[in-house]
Structure formats: structure tokens, C-alpha cells
Write a protein that binds this ligand. Structure first.
Ligand code: CA
Length: 491
């Protein structure tokens, strides 16, 4: 009987390619650092490649179905493939990107396997940071190149359990070390709202793995390799000069925001599994697909940061005191506004009555420092119904109310030649995002009355030699708060 059973299961294996995970041997264990594939022991990691688009990222070839004639798909971050619009959803857009697979420590550049990206099947930075890219190859053609797809996990690793991450960091590394590295750590808590730059992300998972750097974006996160890809690394808190700005993601907490230096964040990819059609193609309209389908209003007019304690800033420009936001793309909308800590765009409670899109959102911006959120739902029916953009997919704008002076002083470079001093003013957003300056005879240049000052246009200006000259410079943060004056007397 036993022999018959073995024969039967072998026959089944031939028919079904033995894809049952129960029959999959546990993959080998790897150590942190560069991954070598000398004996083919890391062959299953050929599916992790370097994404080459506008920037360098990591991508992973995943199995969406058992149909080997279907297109091959890889997952990476939205920010690796698209513009940085915080509310756009991109579907089926052609690009000229590529992915290099087979990038191990011992693999020469000539042995990398280059596969073109046929199109962005799906990409968004709205609520998450996910791209599904369709490769210019079928699953079978990838397998014929020696690259097997990795499964998508059925659940996230539990908080507190070990995770491992495979990716190709490039920052501060010579190009001959742009090779796959493993890092490991512990699956952390799920963060309800994570903020960075203009983005608002939900349910990202924190982790503590070291070595995440530029190029790691899109790196797959695994509990065990056999379980498959559970998430993708998208950001890390390393450049913490200004929390919640670019490179410094911050978590929304009851008291405001919390910047946790050294923490990485990953998005879940579990939802991708529901977005596959019967023929194995990725399909955001598939009945079980919960990804944002882009049935959304567009909004514009709000600033990234603001302070409205006065009517104008030191340079004389009027201060934006309201949301000043126009809504387009749908005939009607509902909205809500409030502090990030207490405003949940995905919660249906608290949205306004229905307004026509012709009406601008002109509510006052708050005066109190902190992150404030505007969430908008749009629809073409005059009353809110199932055809509308649902709260789960609300369009979100975020403004940082910042009432504090820049944390940096004006950054002034002066070069001297035979006739003049050449002055350039150096930017460091968001703390030094704008400058005004004036110079002239020391008695004629006021440090306090700035109405005659010039806005710096990123072109160095020249101060002639030979007479006493006073130079005054003010810097501004992105909200418009001014530094103390920088004053220099020449010669
Ligand atoms: Ca400030």
C-alpha cells in the first residue's frame, strides 16, 4: 500500500508541479550580510532583484497564480516607480524600467539577469507605498531563466517574532557591492498612521533590522522563507533633523507625533493575493481585491507646512490662513478636518454634509502647532452611496502647522575674487527653504525693516569691494518662520 501511495503522490506531483507548501522543503538558513549563492543554496533568492527606475530599489518576483503562461509580476514600492503624489493611483502605465535578478555576492555583473518592466500594473503612495509591476516575461519564461517566483504570505509574522529582509542597499556602498544582503530583526507593532513628507500611511509595521539604506526600498520581509513575502520595507528613520519630513517618518500618537530613530517601516502585501483574475493576471477590479481602485477626487491648494499667527511673513508675503483647497474629479464631496491624532480618514464618522465640487474648502488652518488632516470623499450621486469613494479610500491632505523658528542658522558661503565677494545661500529643507537678503552702506541697510529685501533666486550675488558694506540675510523654514538675522560687515 505504501509504495502505491508514493507512486500516486509522485504522479500528482508531476501534474501539479508539487506546489503544495506542505511538500516544499524548508529553505536553507542564511546569515546577515552579503548573500552568496556558490552552491545554488540561495537559488530561491534569485527572485529578489535590483529595481532600476528613476532610482534604485529592490523588487521581488512573486507568484500570483499557478498559471505559468500568465505575465510575471514583481512587487516594489510605489515611490520607486511613480511620481510622489500622495493621492494618485496608477493603473496600467507603460514605463521603461528594468529589474536585475541574480545579484549575489559571488555573481559578476555579466551574470545578472536583466528583465524589462512592461508596465506598472498598479502603483500608489495613497495610504500605502505599493507597486505591482508586470515584467516583459511570462512566469514560465522567468522559470526558464532559473528564477522561481516566491509566494505571498497568508498572514503577517506575529509581533515579537523574528523576521529577515533581503534587499540591495546602495547608499554609501561602492557599486561593486550593490549585491543582495540579508538583515534580520524582530517584527514590531502595527502603526495606525505613519507620516512622512506629504504622505499618510496606514498599518505599517515597525522593525529594528540594521543596515536598511537607500536601495533597500521594496525589500521583501519574511517570517520564514517558506511562508513567503509578508511585506516590503519602504522607509527608515535615519535623517531625523525634522521629524515627519522626507527621510524622517514619524508615528502619530495621542500626544502628537513620535520620531523613533533607527526604526524601519514595512507595508503589508497580503492584499495583493486577492487581486488576481482567473487567467492569472493582476486585476485591481477582481471581486476580492481590497486595494484602492483610484475612484477618487483630486485636491489641491493646501500647503505642506504653514504658520498663520500673522497676516504676512517677514518677507512681506501674505500668509495662507485657510485650507484653500479645490476638489475635482467628482461632482460632489464630503470632508472632515482635524488633528492627525484624533482624525481617522477611514472612519465613516465625522464627515460633513454633501457639497458641490464647485465649493472650495476654505476652513481656517489651525493656529496650534502640529499635524492636521483633511480627508475628502467624492461621488457623482447627490447623496452619499456605494458608488462614492468610500472612507477606507479617502483622499487625504496633511498640513504641518509649524510656529517655531528654523532649527538652523542661515547657511552662507562667501567666495572672494579680485573685485567682489560672491555670496551663495545654501538650502536645507524644510528648515532652510527660502531666503531674503539685502546689502549696502551700513547706515542704509535696516536689519529690522525687511520690505526692500530681495528674495534669493538660487543664483549667487556679488558684493563689490572697495566700500564698507553691510549684508543681512534671513532664512525661512517651509512654513515661513524666519531665522534670526545673519549680519556681516565687509571688508
Ligand atoms: Ca519651524
Amino acid at each position: 500500500m505504501k509504495n502505491v501511495n508514493i507512486l500516486t503522490s509522485l504522479a500528482l506531483c508531476l501534474l501539479f508541479s508539487c506546489k503544495d507548501p506542505i511538500n516544499t522543503p524548508e529553505p536553507p538558513a542564511f546569515s546577515d550580510g552579503l548573500v552568496s549563492n556558490e552552491n545554488g543554496n540561495a537559488d530561491l533568492l534569485k527572485a529578489v532583484g535590483q529595481y532600476s527606475g528613476g532610482s534604485r530599489c529592490t523588487a521581488v518576483f512573486v507568484r500570483l497564480s499557478d498559471n505559468e503562461n500568465a505575465p510575471a509580476y514583481a512587487l516594489t514600492n510605489g515611490h520607486c516607480v511613480q511620481d510622489w503624489d500622495p493621492n494618485a493611483v496608477h493603473i496600467d502605465e507603460a514605463v521603461s524600467h528594468k529589474i536585475y535578478f541574480n545579484v549575489f555576492e559571488n555573481t559578476p555583473d555579466s551574470a545578472r539577469i536583466e528583465v524589462a518592466v512592461r508596465q506598472i500594473a498598479y502603483s500608489t503612495m495613497k495610504g500605502t507605498d505599493l507597486a505591482v509591476v508586470e515584467l516583459n516575461a511570462t512566469v514560465k519564461q522567468m522559470i526558464d531563466k532559473g528564477i522561481q517566483p516566491l509566494p505571498i504570505a497568508r498572514s503577517l509574522p506575529a509581533a515579537g517574532t523574528p523576521i529577515q529582509i533581503f534587499g540591495i542597499p546602495v547608499d554609501n556602498l561602492p557599486s561593486d557591492e550593490w549585491r543582495m544582503r540579508r538583515t534580520s530583526g524582530t517584527q514590531g507593532r502595527v502603526v495606525d498612521k505613519l507620516l512622512e513628507f506629504s504622505w499618510t500611511w496606514y498599518d505599517f509595521i515597525a522593525n529594528d533590522a540594521p543596515g536598511i539604506a537607500g536601495g533597500s526600498s521594496g525589500s521583501p520581509v519574511f517570517g520564514s522563507l517558506a511562508d513567503g513575502v509578508s511585506g516590503l520595507i519602504n522607509t527608515t528613520a535615519v535623517e531625523g533633523a525634522s521629524p515627519c519630513y522626507l527621510g524622517a517618518p514619524c508615528e502619530v500618537v495621542a500626544s502628537g507625533t513620535d520620531y523613533r530613530a533607527g526604526t524601519n517601516y514595512a507595508l503589508s502585501v497580503l492584499a495583493v493575493t486577492g487581486c488576481v483574475s482567473a487567467n492569472g493576471k493582476f486585476d485591481v477590479k477582481a471581486p476580492n481585491c481590497t486595494l484602492d481602485k483610484g475612484n477618487n477626487v483630486a485636491i489641491e491648494g493646501y500647503p505642506l507646512a504653514a504658520t498663520n499667527l500673522q497676516d504676512s511673513d517677514l518677507s512681506g508675503r501674505p500668509v495662507q490662513k485657510t485650507w484653500n483647497t479645490t476638489v475635482s474629479g467628482k461632482a460632489y464631496y464630503r470632508y472632515k478636518i482635524g488633528p492627525a491624532a484624533t482624525t481617522a480618514p477611514r472612519d465613516p464618522a465625522g464627515y460633513s454634509e454633501v457639497w458641490p465640487a464647485s465649493k472650495m474648502i476654505a476652513d481656517s488652518l489651525p493656529k496650534v502647532s502640529g499635524q492636521t488632516i483633511l480627508a475628502v470623499l467624492g461621488g457623482n450621486a447627490p447623496t452619499f452611496d456605494a458608488t462614492w469613494q468610500q472612507p477606507k479610500y479617502a483622499t487625504v491632505a496633511r498640513v504641518e502647522i509649524d510656529n517655531t523658528p528654523p532649527t538652523m542658522e542661515p547657511n552662507v558661503s562667501i567666495r572672494e575674487d579680485a573685485d567682489a565677494y560672491s555670496v551663495s545661500l545654501n538650502f536645507s529643507p524644510p528648515e532652510l527653504s527660502d531666503y531674503i537678503y539685502n546689502f549696502g552702506h551700513p547706515d542704509s541697510v535696516s536689519t529690522t525693516n525687511t520690505k526692500d529685501y530681495f528674495r534669493y533666486r538660487r543664483i549667487p550675488f556679488r558684493i563689490p569691494k572697495g566700500k564698507p558694506i553691510k549684508l543681512v540675510v534671513y532664512g525661512f523654514d517651509s512654513a515661513g518662520n524666519a531665522t534670526k538675522p545673519y549680519v556681516k560687515n565687509f571688508p
